[in-house]
Design a protein around this ligand. Structure first.
Ligand code: GLV
Ligand code: MN
Ligand code: MN
Length: 419
């Protein structure tokens, strides 16, 4: 039971929240402890059903938009005022853990339920969002739901997205039961008074420092690129080395160039990854005639990210020219970094101080739906520690005490913002 400053006595049901995290973790395309819930898969559909039920159990009214963003609302006494938002995602990349995103959805339900139990009555409406497809797994583009909400992607571009099987967003959302114009997903201006996401840190700093709460002041800007390399195939025994145009080797040079450019950019926040690397025909006795790479390049600063990209492109063009490979290099997305709202950051900081919880202002190197909410609303993220900074793997773990503290800080913060 906590009572900072205001006389609001908030008691987070930590055991109930943990139970729900465990239940949703079992909704997966892969056996436990692996969590895989790819957008519009059968597991995603069951996950959505779980989220709707949990929202109703928390006493919230549920609505969904045409791309499948789920909104769970507690109407304020002055419902005409811009609402206070919270939330995150429940989709999970292949071979993920149970906390990424989910803590921010189920944790926000628990924060609102605890506020109800405490007898709090919000002036502004409080709304929890489960954003569609924060993860880029299906369409190669992350934060699809929040991007559309913020108007950061055109409807035409969203409709041009294709998954690996060539299926479109319109086809897949219709099959999942979502209809209506994508234009209507965009939030009206000033819809949120403030937005606060709860999320595991996905990095090692809070754990190493022994600090239970991080408060995000900057979110690094992600970018990603698709590189297709066309070489010449042939028999691995018969085609002699001097006359080869091996697409996989050009790809290997590009992957190393990504590492080099990120390490030497001059910014400690530049990170570059080649997380997709496919070659064709993929036979041991055949020279690869085609390679396909996806590059993820991020930075809290745009200038150093742009320099790193120029270096990668230069190295890729040089390697392809030397090897006689034709290259297509396309941008998937290049999002600017976002800043946390100083006033909202200060409110979270004050709540932590009043609860006797140490906090630390931080950069989020992972992206979150808050990257897009920050474009349309004052925004910050509350981080909690996770073991070894692990995320996007089944060993992802956040301690029950930290999860409860995160939900408690969120509840007090939302109460202040909604008053
Ligand atoms: C989000 O999951 C990211 O890749 O940062
Ligand atoms: Mn993730
Ligand atoms: Mn996440």
């Amino acid at each position: 039971m906590s009572t900072p400053k205001s006389d609001l006595r908030i008691a987070i049901d930590g055991a109930g929240l943990l139970r729900r995290l465990g239940e949703l973790a079992l909704v997966s395309e892969a056996p436990a402890p692996v969590v895989t819930r790819v957008l519009f898969s059968e597991a995603d559909a069951r996950g959505r059903e779980y989220v709707r039920r949990a929202a109703r159990e928390a006493g919230l009214a549920v609505r969904e938009d045409p791309v499948g963003n789920i909104f769970a609302r507690w109407e304020g006494s002055d419902p005409g005022l811009p609402a206070v938002g919270s939330g995150s995602h429940t989709d999970a990349i292949p071979n993920a853990g149970r906390y990424d995103g989910v803590v921010g959805v189920l944790g926000a339900f628990e924060a609102l339920a605890a506020l109800k139990r405490a007898g709090f009555s919000p002036r502004r409406s409080l709304e929890v969002v489960m954003f569609t497809a924060e993860e880029p797994t299906r369409f190669g583009l992350g934060c699809l739901g929040s991007r559309l909400m913020a108007g950061s992607i055109s409807v035409e571009r969203a409709q041009a997205l294709r998954d690996r099987e060539g299926r479109t967003l319109d086809e897949l959302r219709a099959a999942a039961g979502y209809s209506g114009p994508l234009q209507s997903v965009r939030l009206p201006p000033g819809y949120y008074h403030a937005f606060v996401e709860l999320h595991i840190e996905q990095g090692p700093i809070l754990e190493a420092e022994g600090i239970p709460i991080g408060i995000v002041e900057h979110i690094a800007g992600p970018s990603s690129y698709r590189v297709t390399l066309h070489g010449e195939g042939g028999h691995a025994g018969a085609v002699l080395m001097p006359v080869r145009h091996d697409a996989s080797l050009a790809g290997a040079e590009i992957a190393l160039a990504v590492e080099r450019a990120a390490k030497t950019s001059g910014s400690p926040d530049t990170v570059g990854t080649v997380g997709v690397f496919r070659i064709e025909p993929g036979a041991v006795n055949s020279v690869p005639f085609k390679a396909y790479l996806e590059i993820d390049l991020r930075d809290a600063r745009l200038d150093t990210r742009s320099r790193a990209l120029a270096e990668i492109r230069g190295a890729a063009e040089e390697a392809c020219a030397r090897r006689g490979i034709r290259m297509e290099f396309e941008e998937i997305n290049a999002d600017p970094p976002a800043a946390g709202d100083p006033k909202t950051v200060a409110i979270v900081e004050r709540v932590c101080a009043e609860l006797g919880l140490r906090s630390l202002r931080m950069v989020s190197r992972a992206y979150h739906d808050s990257l897009f909410m920050a474009r349309v609303s004052p925004t910050t993220i509350i981080f909690i520690p996770c073991r070894n900074g692990w995320s996007h793997r089944p060993e992802e773990y956040a301690a029950p005490g930290h999860i409860a503290s995160g939900a408690e800080v969120l509840a007090h913060t939302l109460a202040r913002l909604a008053t």
